[in-house]
Write a protein that binds this ligand. Sequence first.
Ligand SMILES: [Zn+2]
Length: 84
Amino acid sequence: MLNCHEASRLCSESLDRKLTLWQRAHLWLHLAMCSLCWSYRRDIVHLHEQARRYDEEVQEAFASKPSGCLTEEARLRIKQALNT
Ligand SMILES: [Zn+2]
C-alpha cells in the first residue's frame, strides 16, 4: 500500500497526466483509508480548477482586445510618445 508521501505525489501527478491503472487503484485504496490525503486531494483539485478558470478568464480578456490588454487610448499615448 502507498504511504502518504507517495499518495500525495500521485495526487499531484494525476492533475498533469493520466495515472496508470495500477497507480490509480493504489491511490484510491489509500484515499479510501486516509482522510488527510483525501482532504489534500480535494484541496489541490479545487486549486487546480480555480487556476484553470483564472487562466481561461485571462485568455478571454486578452482575446477580446485586438492588441492584447492595452486600450485604444493607451496605444495612442504610446504612439504619440514614440513620435516625439
Ligand atoms: Zn495518506
